[in-house]
Design a protein around this ligand. Structure first.
Ligand code: BG6
Length: 484
């Protein structure tokens, strides 16, 4: 066996990390536009980077520059998209995962009519992709939503958000349905618990004292219902469309065979799965309901929510995979950073400069676990390594560490496919350098394409091909057969 003939090789980007043009052509302010770059924080201090207060937001609203807010400038994909898509095409991309900025279509989320300029912009992108036969995979919500909805309703805590999101989704399906077959509702929906503001617009200051957990799970419930309703609309409006749900795959190992470590890793994995369970099986797992009850969380549901969830489940499961985690019942064990979540250091694994543990076999394990549990097609929509790259005088960038990372992961992915896992595609994060979601750094680079810009926004924005560019091109042209 091998990768299917129509395997969707490609890359993944998100609007708020690449587009820039944060206030052009009628775009409204989003939660990403108030994420500031904090140069003096330890890069692995996710709590520090994700900290948000009402006064920080007000300060950001008053500051009209991009200086301290790198996501406002991105890599100016907004104006460079033709050049960037041509480079993706040169690598032979079969697919590009991208997201639509809600605030380009509905600047505050509450308008009755969409912003025509926003629709036109995405339509141009889809036309450009079509020119090269690159299949778009579109995420409706990738760490970006109208700031207005966050300030006014505390984001997804309020049920009204379901209606606003479904309205936005319908406009997307109606406007872009002729170009887009593969859709995704929420990027890494599980991350509402880890960074509630960028994922769900929840401002902790606006939550009742001691009730943040309630807000998080209520917001999640509203997102599950909204995702189900968007799935229904998608199927009705676009013939043959496929709507996926998405998980951060946080594969967690027990630190030892101490049963207490095993129990901890089991509950951690079940917590991670619960989000996909709800969207794929169409109901809250019984164990998850008990978990919420023990946490003192009571979710307000409406009468037909359970029916909506049951009747509109996801067609495929997409997931990001960067690393594995380790749980230990011994609280003195050394911790390491991860994809916005900490774990105990695994002595068998090397780490990136940001402390993310590199574990290709973990991807193999994840694919087997997920396919065995859900038995629907899978898609790897993010996988990659953040690193500091050096540009030599002749403009070359020798990123052998990145090639090695991808090679090892693709080898393990292939082994899982050979075992029978139904895998639709693989989109690396990110094919072009962009602003880091967790640290807002530019110097945390993931791309096959280098972008000349530093953390402070200085640079020409010139695009340069790294060694990995040529390597990935070869991988795609041989459908994953040649990895050297
Ligand atoms: C994923 C996100 O969790 O991790 C991406 O979906 C993000 O948006 C990626 O960029 C890598 O994280 P970071 O913090 O290194 O940008």
């Amino acid at each position: 066996m091998s990768f299917r003939k129509d395997f969707l090789w490609g890359g993944a980007i998100s609007a708020n990390q690449v587009e820039g043009a944060w206030n052009s052509d009628g775009k409204g302010m989003s939660v990403a536009d108030v994420a500031s770059y904090k140069p003096n924080l330890n890069v692995t201090d996710y709590a520090g980077h994700n900290k948000i207060t009402l006064s920080m937001i007000k300060e950001a609203i008053d500051d009209k520059s991009t200086k301290f807010y790198p996501k406002r400038r991105g890599i100016n994909f907004y104006n460079h998209y033709k050049e960037d898509i041509a480079l993706f095409a040169e690598m032979g991309f079969k697919s590009l995962r991208l997201s639509i900025a809600w605030t380009r279509i509905f600047p505050t989320g509450e308008e009755n009519e969409p912003n025509y300029d926003g629709i036109k912009y995405y339509e141009n992108i889809f036309k450009e992709l079509k020119k090269y036969n690159i299949e778009p995979i579109v995420t409706l919500s990738h760490y970006e939503m109208p700031l207005n909805l966050s300030l006014k309703y505390n984001g997804w805590v309020d049920r009204k958000l379901i209606g606003y999101f479904v309205k936005f989704s319908k406009v997307c399906f109606e406007s872009f349905g002729k170009y887009v077959k593969y859709w995704l509702t929420f990027n890494e929906i599980d991350s509402v618990g880890r960074h509630p503001f960028i994922t769900a617009g929840i401002i902790p200051d606006q939550c009742e004292e001691g009730k943040l957990n309630n807000a998080i799970y209520q917001a999640l419930h509203h997102q599950y219902v909204a995702a189900a309703l968007a799935t229904k609309e998608c199927h009705e409006i676009i013939k043959d469309s496929k709507m996926g749900c998405m998980l951060t795959k946080l594969t967690t190992y027990p630190n030892t065979c101490n049963p207490n470590d095993v129990l901890l890793s089991l509950s951690s994995n079940l917590g991670n799965y619960s989000h996909a369970d709800i969207q794929i099986f169409g109901e809250y797992p019984k164990l998850h309901k008990t978990f919420l009850k023990n946490l003192g969380v009571e979710i307000k549901m409406e009468d037909n929510d359970e029916i909506i969830l049951k009747e509109n489940t996801a067609d495929y499961l997409a997931f990001s995979y960067y690393m594995s985690r380790t749980e230990s019942s011994d609280s003195t064990k050394e911790k390491t950073a991860g994809n916005t979540i900490m774990g105990v250091k695994n002595p068998y694994l090397p780490s990136t400069e940001w402390g993310w543990q590199i574990d290709p076999v973990g991807l193999h394990i994840s694919l087997i676990e997920l396919y065995d549990r859900y038995r629907i097609p899978l898609m790897i929509v993010e996988n990659g390594m953040g690193a500091k790259d050096v540009v030599l005088e002749d403009g070359t960038i020798h990123d052998s560490y990145r090639i090695e990372y991808f090679k090892e992961h693709i080898i393990e992915m292939k082994k899982a496919v050979d075992m029978g896992v139904d895998l639709l595609g693989y989109t690396s994060w990110a094919p072009i350098d962009c602003i880091s979601v967790s640290t807002s750094q530019m110097s945390k680079r993931y791309g096959f394409i280098y972008v000349d810009q530093d953390d402070d926004g200085n640079g020409t924005l010139k695009r340069l091909k790294k060694d990995s560019f040529f390597w990935y091109k070869k991988v795609i042209s041989t459908n994953g057969e040649i990895l050297e």
